[in-house]
Design a binder for this molecule. Structure first.
Ligand code: GCV
Length: 824
């Protein structure tokens, strides 16, 4: 029997996995398990829970369990607390569970060994079922389980920024699983599968369309289509909500106004809510982005955010719906010359004065930091200020500013810092997670929202390891006290099995990844330092400066950083409660990791680390880029221990990340060297051993081009091959000693054609490839800069190394440099 199980396990390891099952893989587990699933109750969620447990048991044991509706030996029983008490009056089923909470237990009833999965309600049974499965998958002994668990907050939602045409704003895992061509897709299988994934980590709501909402979402023609999505969500206890356009009464409602104080507008929203609830009785509510980044809002009529929010909330109220109002409101035409202007102040300045004016079914959704999902930000001071307002904390699962799922960046450690941060409201312990959950200020509602943006890619987010972020968001929204490590381990065990080597390697990679990403991108609280005007992906340091978007870093030849102090700066720090404000205002106490968010300092300023700012940046970038090289090596060690297809997909991404981390390192260090004029005391910045710039090779057919921004190309230049049907060549003579070398060809792969490349050494063709990746740009810059690496190439002195490329469409087959280093 044991042998058969292990064989089964090996077979499942060998199966090519697509990632679609995510963490719900249900691989063989060599442990005795119940052979019967008993269900009491006919609620759709209880039925779904029982089916899920059956499915899991079949995967774990290799044998489909029997299904029953009465008690038998060696069974697992699923029921709400009430129906458990009705069927088995003597069995302890906790009655003090909160909505969605569950109890897992075991007992012997009339001589029969039984495991119980019970919930406060039918959603609780589902959550309990997935929790029970999680314990089994982790190889734990469920025969001794006795666990009661309640969610930390009632709102645990994801937002999807899906557009009705099928694109996704800031989505990196393919097109929408919900929409195409301004309609809901005919086949909603993926929508149902997604709801199952969400449910498995306790997420109970999903806003399916972009907060930059298309008014069509609310039209009578479209709503029945939306109702189809709600149907596939329903069995999984996931409620649907919609993002709405505030101008809808005018744009689709035929009115000449959308003034929240106009009676006709009030009536329009009421009628719209009634219409929706006729189609979707469990509709969760609306999400509204107003007066932000060009969206319509109450400012058009001189009304407040509270008036706008309450207008919609009152239409939803009779049906039990909520209105989530986004706190992400700021002026994106700010005057950068004005040293007192500060985008970081905006959320607080806009919403704090309205504290107490929002209805009880309104939640203000606050991004974790005062700017916009950067790799590191301080906690938004607005969170501590909304003492009489419900809130939700907005986290971002989709890695907009953190590598867009091409870079591994497990965000749970960052989220934990946010959730655990003690804002010291009233000089008392007031951690963010308790405030937003509604506990601190005893609010009726509160919670957590993650911007997920999953797509049609088989593995949902584009990077198999990024799924740890979706998983972690759900787990933290349920139980913020979990550690990032516990969550990474849970996720790894369920996704990749319980082999100790696998669990430790993958957990280790996940846990290191955010600090590594931060280390080679934006340092010391400066923000990610990406190109904020376009893709938010590669380096684009000065794109933050001298424009109205307000992500300024105020760098010049002398110093860098925003002065946000009360004493001499924008006064942002004064928005925090006293103790926190004191910490940030004082250079002695301000942590290094945020010092340039809070202060403008000379490059020579000595940090708590004992290093000058400039040296700290050089060091962190070299260390982190090296750590990113190690990620690929650490992953390589797992070959044969996880299924081949997943291994190869992740290997590919980590190899790419290793190269792109060097693009980042070089861009930031070269820029800093030029701006500050202060050399790297370790002699690395600006010196690139083994590197030959394309522009200094012997060129045939290529043209030398300046790259913008200059720091995104080595030496600020690239060579392009522009004449159609031409092959260009760039060559140089290898002057090193004979031996084994790694050769890197750094080139640009623009999203507009598929140029061909070839690398030759002497007469040997070492590699031919097509530049056909899909980076978010048509330009030569840090988004499109990428590499091919050939390892252990035997070279002789004076051999000619030659790169050839031929353009295709608007892709000019551009080359940056070739680097030849002894193999390590
Ligand atoms: C949906 C940032 C993103 C936008 C996003 C906006 C928001 O500005 O870049 O794509 O819009 O935040 O959160 O509303």
């Amino acid at each position: 029997m044991r042998r058969a199980l292990w064989l089964l396990m090996l077979v499942s390891l060998a199966k090519a996995e697509t990632g679609r099952e995510a963490w719900l893989r249900y691989r063989a587990i060599p442990t005795p398990l119940p052979s019967v699933v008993v269900r009491f109750g006919d609620e759709p969620e209880v039925i779904a829970a029982a089916k899920e447990v059956s499915r899991a048991l079949e995967g774990f044991s290799g044998k489909a369990p029997l299904s029953r509706q009465s008690l038998v030996d060696n069974s697992v029983v699923l029921a709400t607390a009430r129906s458990l008490t009705n069927h088995l009056p003597g069995v302890s089923s906790l009655t003090d569970l909160e909505a969605g909470g569950y109890w897992l237990g075991t007992s012997t009833v009339k001589g029969k060994r039984v495991s119980f999965i019970s919930g406060s309600d039918s959603a609780g049974v589902l959550h309990g079922a997935f929790a029970w499965i999680r314990h089994v998958a982790a190889g734990e002994n469920v025969a001794r389980l006795n666990e009661k668990s309640d969610p930390a907050a009632p709102i645990r939602w994801v937002n999807e920024w899906d557009n009705l045409d099928g694109t996704i704003e800031r989505g990196y895992g393919g097109r929408s699983i919900f929409f195409e061509n301004n309609n809901v897709v005919a086949d909603l299988t993926r929508g149902g599968e997604y709801a199952r994934l969400l449910s498995s980590v306790g997420i109970n709501g999903c806003t399916v369309n972009n907060v930059n909402a298309n008014p069509r979402a609310l039209t009578s023609e479209f709503l029945p289509q939306i109702a189809r999505i709600a149907e596939v969500f329903r069995p999984w206890g996931v409620k649907l909500s919609l993002s709405v356009d505030f101008a809808s009464p005018k744009t689709i409602g035929g009115l000449d106004t959308f003034d929240p104080e106009d009676g006709r507008v009030v009536e329009w929203w009421k009628a719209k809510a009634d219409e929706i609830y006729r189609l979707i009785p469990d509709f969760a509510g609306f999400v509204l982005k107003a007066d932000s980044e060009g969206r319509a809002g109450p400012a058009t009529y001189g009304r407040t955010h509270a008036q706008a929010a309450n207008l919609l909330a009152r239409a939803l109220k009779p049906h039990g719906g909520v209105l989530v109002y986004r706190g992400f409101v700021y002026d994106h035409h700010a005057d950068w010359r004005d040293l007192k202007k500060d985008r970081a102040r905006a959320a607080y300045d806009n919403f704090q004065p309205l504290n107490g004016q929002f209805d009880d079914n309104v939640l203000v959704q606050v991004k974790y930091g005062p700017i916009d999902f950067q790799a590191r930000e301080p906690v938004s001071p607005l969170i501590g200020a909304l003492s009489k307002t419900n809130q939700t904390l907005e986290l971002q699962i989709t890695q907009e500013y953190t590598g867009q799922q091409r870079h591994l960046c497990y965000l749970a450690p960052m989220w934990k810092q946010v959730l655990d941060f003690d804002l010291r409201v009233g000089n008392e312990r007031t951690p963010v997670n308790e405030i937003v959950a509604g506990k601190t200020f005893r609010r009726p509602l509160g919670g957590f929202v993650g911007v997920a943006n999953v797509g049609r890619d088989e593995n949902w987010l584009g990077h198999d390891l990024a799924m740890a972020n979706l998983y972690a968001f759900g787990r933290l929204a349920w139980q913020p006290s979990l550690s990032a490590e516990e969550i990474a381990q849970e996720w790894t065990r369920q996704s990749f099995g319980n082999d100790k080597r696998v669990v430790s390697a993958i957990t280790g990679l996940e846990l290191d990844s955010w600090r590594v990403y931060e280390g080679y991108t934006g340092p010391l609280g400066l923000g990610t330092l990406t190109d904020i005007l376009r893709g938010h992906y590669g380096p684009g340091i000065e794109s933050a400066e001298r424009n109205g978007w307000g992500q300024w870093i105020r760098a010049d030849h002398e110093g860098i950083g925003m002065d946000r102090t009360v004493a001499t700066g924008t006064g942002f720090i004064g928005q925090y409660p006293r103790e926190v404000a004191h910490m940030y205002e004082s250079l002695r106490e301000c942590p290094d990791e945020l010092v340039l968010f809070m202060h403008h300092l000379p490059y020579t300023y000595v940090l708590h680390s004992g290093k000058t700012i400039v040296q700290d940046v050089y060091d962190s970038h070299y260390q982190a880029a090296e750590a990113a090289q190690q990620f690929a090596i650490r992953w390589k060690a797992l070959e044969g221990l996880i299924d081949e297809a997943t291994f190869a997909r992740v290997m590919n991404r980590l190899d790419y990340q290793a190269g792109h981390a060097i693009v980042w390192r070089d861009a930031i260090c070269s820029w800093l060297l030029k701006e500050s004029g202060i050399p790297d005391s370790k002699g690395r910045a600006g010196h690139f051993p083994g590197r030959t710039e394309a522009e200094s090779m012997t060129l045939s057919g290529y043209t030398v081009k300046d790259v913008t921004p200059w720091e995104d190309a080595s030496g600020g230049k690239a060579v392009t091959c522009e004449a159609p049907n031409q092959k260009c060549t760039a060559s140089f003579t290898f002057a090193g000693t004979p031996g084994l070398y790694d050769i890197v060809v750094q080139y640009f792969d623009v999203n507009d054609g598929e140029a061909r490349f070839q690398l030759n050494v002497g007469d040997r063709v070492l590699r031919a490839w097509i530049a056909n990746d899909h980076f978010p740009t048509k330009a030569l810059n840090g988004d499109s800069s990428t590499r091919v690496t050939l390892r252990k190439v035997r070279l002789k002195t004076n051999e000619i190394i030659k790169v050839e490329s031929s353009p295709d469409g608007n892709d000019p087959g551009a080359l940056d440099y070739v680097e030849v280093m002894p193999s390590r």
